[in-house]
Design a protein around this ligand. Structure first.
Ligand code: G6Q
Length: 550
C-alpha cells in the first residue's frame, strides 16, 4: 500500500497550499460576499460554519477528491455492514448497530447484532426503571440515591460526558459519581459522603481485567461488606457491564446483575451499549433512546448526504488540511456551555486513541502527520487562560467552537453573553488587530508616540487563525447524540484517509502491562527486573520513603 501522501489529490493539495497559505481570511471574505453562506452545512440539529478556515472552493474540491481517492465511501460501507475493518484485532466495528433502527437486522457470525443489542438494552431499561422508581432496594431496604460508575477510559469518559451534558434531565433522587483514578483519592471522596445502604456500584470494564477498575471495585466491595456485615449485600449493590461473564462471576457479581456487550464495540465507542447504564439511570430509557436516535440520524446523514454538505466528511477533511498542509500540531475544542465541559476530554480519547498512529493498517509507515493533540476546556474559561496563545502564540491552533443556540428562559441572558463571547473570539482570531488599528486606538487614548512605538508589537494581532463554529440548536438528547456521532465519523474519515486502523489501541494495552514489573519491585528489597538508571533511581527513592517494617 502506498501512503496517501503519494496520491494525486494529496500532491495537488500540496501545490495548491502554496497559493492559499499567503491569503488572509479577511481578504477572502471581502472578495466573496457569498462565502459565509456557502461554507455552512446543517444536519440533525447541528449547524457547522467552516468559512473561517484558510481554504477556498478549490481547496474543498481537492479535499473531496482526496476523500474519493482514499475510498472513504467504500470504507464507510464496510464499517456499517460489519466487515472486520479492525484488522489487527480481527474485529468488526459496529457501534452504529447499537443505535440502528429496531426494525433493521445486521448479521455477524450468524447472529443479528441489532437484535442482540436491543435485548440487552431492554434489560438495562428494566433494571434502570426499578432503580429510578425506588423499587430496587439496598440491603437496608432503602431506595438507591447514589450511583458510582467504576471504570476508566472508554468505560468512563463517554457516560461521564453525557451525564454531565444532560444533567438538566437528571432523576431528582439519583446522584451520579464516576471513579476512574486508581490512587484511592477519588473513591475515598465518593465513599466519604455515600450511604452504603443507598449506594449502587456499576463495575464497567469491557475486559474485566483493567487494574485500575478492579482495584477500585474490590475496595468498594470491601467498604460495602464492612458496613453491611454480610457478603450477600453485594448482590443488591453491585452490577457489572462487561463482555467477560466469567470474570464478572469470579468477582462475585451474579449473571442477573450483569449487562453484556461485544468485542465489536470499541471502548471509546461504547457509550451506546450497556456501558451507557449510568446515562439510562440518570435520564431514563426514553431519553437514552432519543440519544441513540440522534446518533442514528447522524449515521444516516453521514451515509447519504452529498459530500459537499456532509458534516463529518467536511470536518474531517478540513482537519486534514489544517494538520497536514497548514502544519497545525494541535486542535482545540472549546465548548461554550458548562454542561459540555467534559467534551474536550471525551474527544481527546476518541481522536487521539483512534488516530494517534504512525503506521497504516498494513503496517507500512503512514507518511504524513496523523492525530493532532486534542485539547481544550470550556471556552469562556479558556479566554482567561490559554486563549492568549491562540491569539498571539508562534504556533497556530485551529479551534472548534461549540455553542448552543437555545437556553431556558431563566438562563437566557447569561447564555447570550456566553454566545457573544464565542462569536467574538472566532472573529478576533480571524481578524486579528493591525498595527494601524492599535496605533489609532492608542492615539485616541492620548498615549505618546514613544510609548505607542514600544507597545505596538505587543498589542497587535496577526489574525488569520482558523476555526469551525458548531452550533447545537439545543442541548437535548437527540442533538447530543448527533454531535457525538458527528465526531466519531469525523475521526473515522480521517483514519481512512491516512490509511490507519482507527480501532485498535496498542499504546493503551502497553500501559496495562507496564506497571506490574515496577509494582513488584516497589515491594521488593532490591530490583528483580532490569531497569534503566532513571527508573531504578525512582523505585529506590520510593523504597526509602516506604521502608519495609520488621
Ligand atoms: C478504549 C480503550 C480504553 C479502554 C480502557 C478500559 O477504546 O480501549 O480506553 O476503554 O482501557 O478498558 P476496560 O473497559 O476493558 O476496563
Amino acid at each position: 500500500m502506498t501512503s496517501i501522501a503519494q496520491s494525486p489529490a494529496w500532491q495537488a493539495l500540496g501545490r495548491h497550499c502554496q497559493l492559499v497559505q499567503s491569503q488572509q481570511l479577511t481578504a477572502l471574505f471581502a472578495a466573496d460576499p457569498g462565502r459565509a453562506g456557502r461554507m455552512q452545512a446543517e444536519a440533525c440539529g447541528l449547524v457547522l460554519d467552516y468559512s473561517k478556515n484558510r481554504l477556498t472552493d478549490d481547496t474543498l474540491r481537492l479535499l473531496l477528491q482526496l476523500a474519493r481517492e482514499a475510498g472513504v465511501a467504500e470504507r464507510s460501507r464496510a464499517m456499517f455492514e460489519g466487515e472486520r475493518i479492525n484488522v489487527t484485532e480481527g474485529r468488526a466495528v459496529l457501534h452504529s448497530a447499537l443505535r440502528a433502527a429496531p426494525d433493521t437486522a445486521l448479521m455477524l457470525d450468524g447472529r443479528d447484532v441489532v437484535a442482540d443489542a436491543a435485548a440487552v438494552r431492554a434489560r438495562v431499561a428494566a433494571f434502570a426503571e426499578r432503580v429510578r422508581a425506588g423499587q430496587w432496594r439496598g440491603y437496608g431496604g432503602e431506595a438507591i440515591t447514589d450511583v458510582v460508575n467504576i471504570g476508566i477510559g472508554g468505560s468512563d469518559l463517554g457516560p461521564l460526558m453525557v451525564c454531565e451534558a444532560l444533567k438538566d434531565l437528571a432523576h431528582p433522587r439519583l446522584q451520579m459519581h464516576f471513579v476512574s483514578n486508581v490512587d484511592g483519592v477519588q473513591l475515598d471522596d465518593v465513599l466519604r459522603q455515600a450511604d452504603p445502604r443507598r449506594t449502587l456500584f456499576i463495575v464497567a470494564s469491557k475486559t474485566f481485567t483493567t487494574q485500575e477498575t478492579l482495584t477500585n471495585a474490590h475496595a468498594a466491595r470491601r467498604w460495602l461488606v464492612a458496613h453491611a456485615g454480610d457478603e450477600r449485600a453485594v448482590a443488591r449493590h453491585f452490577v457489572a457491564v462487561s463482555t467477560q461473564a466469567d470474570a464478572v462471576r469470579a468477582f462475585g457479581i451474579d449473571a442477573d446483575n450483569m449487562f453484556g456487550f461485544w468485542d465489536w464495540v470499541g471502548g471509546r465507542f461504547s457509550l451506546w451499549s450497556a456501558i451507557g447504564l449510568p446515562i439510562v439511570l440518570q435520564i431514563g430509557a426514553e431519553q437514552f433512546d432519543a440519544l441513540l436516535a440522534g446518533a442514528r440520524a447522524m449515521d444516516a446523514h453521514f451515509r447519504s448526504a452529498p459530500p459537499e454538505a456532509n458534516l463529518p466528511l467536511l470536518m474531517a477533511l478540513i482537519g486534514i488540511w489544517n494538520i497536514d498542509f497548514l502544519d497545525a500540531p494541535t486542535q482545540v475544542i472549546a465548548p461554550y456551555h458548562q454542561r459540555l465541559h467534559r467534551l474536550p476530554a471525551f474527544l481527546q480519547q476518541l481522536d487521539m486513541e483512534s488516530n494517534g498512529k504512525s503506521v497504516r493498517a498494513d503496517g507500512s509507515p503512514v507518511g504524513c502527520h496523523t492525530s493532532p493533540v486534542i485539547w481544550g476546556e470550556p471556552g469562556i474559561n479558556g479566554q482567561h487562560a490559554y486563549f492568549q496563545m491562540l491569539h498571539q502564540g508562534t504556533r497556530f491552533a485551529p479551534v472548534d467552537f461549540v455553542g448552543v443556540l437555545e437556553a431556558p428562559a431563566e438562563r437566557a441572558d447569561a447564555a447570550r453573553i456566553a454566545f457573544a463571547n464565542m462569536v467574538a473570539q472566532a472573529e478576533a482570531l480571524m481578524r486579528g488587530k493591525s498595527a494601524a488599528e492599535v496605533e489609532a486606538e492608542m492615539r485616541t487614548a492620548g498615549i505618546g508616540a514613544d510609548r505607542i512605538a514600544q507597545l505596538l508589537p505587543h498589542r497587535s494581532f496577526a489574525g488569520n487563525r482558523p476555526s469551525n463554529t458548531l452550533l447545537l440548536e439545543r442541548l437535548d438528547a437527540p442533538t447530543l447524540g448527533a454531535l457525538i456521532a458527528l465526531y466519531e465519523h469525523r475521526t473515522f474519515v480521517q483514519g481512512v484517509v491516512w490509511g490507519l486502523n482507527s480501532f485498535d489501541q496498542w499504546g493503551v494495552e502497553l500501559g496495562k502491562q507496564l506497571a506490574a514489573r515496577v509494582l513488584e519491585d516497589l515491594d521488593a528489597p532490591a530490583d528483580r527486573h532490569a531497569h534503566d538508571g532513571s527508573t531504578a533511581a525512582l523505585i529506590a527513592r520510593y523504597r526509602r520513603q516506604h521502608p519495609k517494617q520488621g
